[in-house]
Design a protein around this ligand. Structure first.
Ligand code: 3PG
Length: 306
């Protein structure tokens, strides 16, 4: 049995060592494809893999066609918008994620981006504090909950909106539940996005929604670039000099935004929310364990293409 780890953006070495230990202890073989630059390298590497561990790597119909022996693909992380789930099902491949395993890392980065933005990108000028400010968490999943916990440590007033999460989960976390995205954006000066990229959410962070935010406004995106309507965000930021945007997912219009909004726009060079040793270890080893468990006991608890 061959388990392939295919990561264009590699895990920390300590995480790969941990994955290897789990895989080899089960009597399987580990293959590693890191920092690949062409899709063909992935197509070649998956040819004899029975299981695949990926991060944001694209697993589409072509990859699944090339992976003749593949039975399971595990996205070591939360969002699985990079896997063509219908194609996986059609190829009889079980697709899983590892929910919660990297969420603290992403949440810490969200707060880091917030501090960076309110301190004027560390340019030496006088900024503002987060204490006492209203934070709106858009989607109260694993990352959103961690953001709430850390933001409370900063003394922020925390609100959340999540159509799929009961109020009680927010109340239990000392977070004020709000009942529409409009209400959240109207209430909060700082919004942190934690929605997945789905047909429903793509382009949903648009001008109509963002213009509800009171000044000064700060939008923090550690989720996905596809949820933003970039053209409308640019239009809004051109009209509102108080509006800042900081993101861990470089927009398609990065160069234009960097030029237009110097001092109130920032994007990391590569998505790095989950890029910590701890998150790599947690998500990578969980993925390896889920694969072993799937082969040994048929456990499909974290399957996302049911
Ligand atoms: C996730 O969905 O888990 C995060 O966006 C992290 O993605 P990454 O593994 O590509 O860093």
């Amino acid at each position: 049995m061959k388990v392939l780890v295919a990561t264009e953006k590699p895990f920390a070495k300590v995480a790969v060592d941990g994955i290897r230990e789990v895989v080899e202890k089960a009597g399987y073989e580990l293959a590693l494809l890191e920092k690949y630059t062409a899709k063909q390298q992935l197509l070649d590497a998956v040819a004899d893999a029975d299981a695949l561990i990926i991060r944001s790597d694209i697993v589409d119909n072509e990859v699944l066609d090339a992976a003749k022996q593949l039975k399971i693909v595990v996205r070591a992380g939360a969002g699985f918008d990079n896997i063509d789930l219908e194609a996986a099902t059609a190829h009889k491949v079980v697709a899983m994620n590892t929910p919660g395993q990297n969420s603290n890392a992403v949440a810490e980065l969200a707060l880091g981006l917030m501090v960076y933005a309110v301190r004027n990108m560390y340019n030496g000028t006088s900024g503002t504090e987060l204490k006492g400010k209203k934070l709106g968490i858009h989607a109260f999943g694993n990352v959103g909950r961690n953001v709430a916990r850390i933001a409370q440590g900063f003394g922020m007033e925390v609100y959340a909106y999540d159509a799929y999460c009961p109020d009680q989960a927010m109340i239990d976390a000392n977070v004020t539940p709000l009942h529409s995205a409009e209400e959240l954006y109207r209430t909060c000066n700082v919004i942190s996005l934690h929605i997945p990229a789905t047909a429903e959410t793509k382009q949903s962070i648009n001008r109509a929604l963002l213009s509800n935010m009171p000044a000064p406004a700060l939008l923090v995106n550690t989720a996905r670039k596809e949820v933003i309507n970039e053209e409308e965000l640019i239009g809004l930021m051109q009209e509102r000099a108080d509006f800042k945007y900081v993101t861990d997912i470089m927009p398609a219009a990065h160069e234009k935004m960097a030029e237009l909004f110097a001092g109130r726009y920032f994007a990391t060079p590569k998505k790095m929310g989950a890029q910590t040793a701890e998150a790599n270890i947690n998500a990578g080893i969980a993925a390896a364990n889920q694969i072993v468990d799937f082969f040994q006991t048929g456990n499909t608890r974290f399957q996302v293409n049911k």
